[in-house]
Design a binder for this molecule. Sequence first.
Ligand SMILES: [Zn+2]
Length: 119
Amino acid sequence: MLFSKVMHELSIAQEIIHIVTAQQAQHGFEKVNIVRVRAGALSGIEPESLRFSFEVVRQGTVAAKAVLEVDIEPMALVCRQCGFSIVDSHGPTCCQKCGSVDMKVDAGGELDVVSLDVD
Ligand SMILES: [Zn+2]
């Protein structure tokens, strides 16, 4: 269980490096200072574990000295009737705008690279 958890974060870290090196091939920067990523609340990603994994896989890449900043996107409930969304996942389960109880969970994506700070 713990092993598969670590593997999960390692594969995500590798995916981040993959995106960074693809960006480098396109834009030709020399090094990456900061990598900012955003993960959905239900992705199960732990920022600490992800940072640790990132420090393992970044070696020998253009991001070898990069800092990884991880934002966890809060889970939201979205009304299927009117599209109103509630960010507080512990809040009411009916729509605050139209009163509908037809809500779906919008947990955000697994992981997005939001921005790169490069030289
Ligand atoms: Zn509504």
